[in-house]
Design a protein around this ligand. Sequence first.
Ligand SMILES: Nc1ncnc2c1ncn2[C@@H]1O[C@H](COP(=O)(O)OP(=O)(O)OP(=O)(O)O)[C@@H](O)[C@H]1O
Ligand SMILES: [Mg+2]
Length: 319
Amino acid sequence: MALIELDDVRRSFTVRTRAGRFRRARREVHAVDGLSFTVGAGECVGYIGPNGAGKSTTVKMLTGILVPSSGRLRVAGVDPARDRTALARRIGVVFGQRTTLWWDLPLRDSYELARRIHRIPDARYRANLDRCVDLLDLGALLDTPVRQLSLGQRMRGDLAAALLHDPEVLYLDEPTIGLDVVSKAKVRAFLKEAHRNHGTTVLLTTHDLVDIEQLCDRVMVIDHGRLVHDGDLDGLHAAGDSERTLVVDLAEARPPILVPGARTVRVDGPRQWLAFPARESAAPIVAAVAARYPLADLSVREPAIEDVIARMYAGAVIG
Ligand SMILES: Nc1ncnc2c1ncn2[C@@H]1O[C@H](COP(=O)(O)OP(=O)(O)OP(=O)(O)O)[C@@H](O)[C@H]1O
Ligand SMILES: [Mg+2]
């Protein structure tokens, strides 16, 4: 069953630009320019693309905040712009750039408001709050006013608020932006749990490919308001011939490492960077390096989304 359906959806904005000293010109920006896709119940889909591609505009239309200029849009059978109230019960939203929490109130009060707005039954509210507090480590923060929370704490608070009413669909617009490694890991683990154990359908916008790799089976790439890729992450890497990087810390400085399947692209003292095709597993390369060199540490770096997309264009594989 399709929970999210878009059929030739468009949204443009009229922006005024200066044209000379006194004249102002009007210009149409086609933020979303003929999008069609469906997302099935229980899917976790990455929604990526460069700055200004139209991702947030899409999420705002799916939430009912923005009305499409044309086209057909349905979320859980509801037309978001027409019936925002009916939709609100069935969706959860997190905008990483903006909080949905009450700035001056403690987290607990924002949750209490959500409970009333969504008329969440007591037992369910308590169970859900307990689960969120536990998984997102919110216990010590419940009585802190939101304005005093750090970015990572606030984001965790926002996630809990979005899920207290057990929404079928969750939109996440850059939920890991600006977070440190530990907070990112917490957010990802929480989302994994929500998706696996509660079957929540997730549409995730991010600039971090690790989010996609850890959470999504499917990734859609949007650029200039159009869908330019829809498939799995491996397919995206294949389309862009993208490379991951194995960062190797040797016990001591050595000449460039030589192992099959990877090439050494940089050496800095005991640290070396090995590039390998992103769709290949790192395991045989790690094993080969470990067998021949004394290792202190290892890590794998994902390519930047922007690089993958740029390479995709360079390969001109877009239909
Ligand atoms: N309210 C608005 N008025 C005018 N133009 C807008 C408005 N909202 C978005 N746009 C324009 O629409 C285009 C798409 O914006 P959108 O916010 O959807 O991009 P995005 O993919 O979310 O980018 P980012 O990765 O930077 O968040 C941009 O060119 C933006 O300037
Ligand atoms: Mg955005």
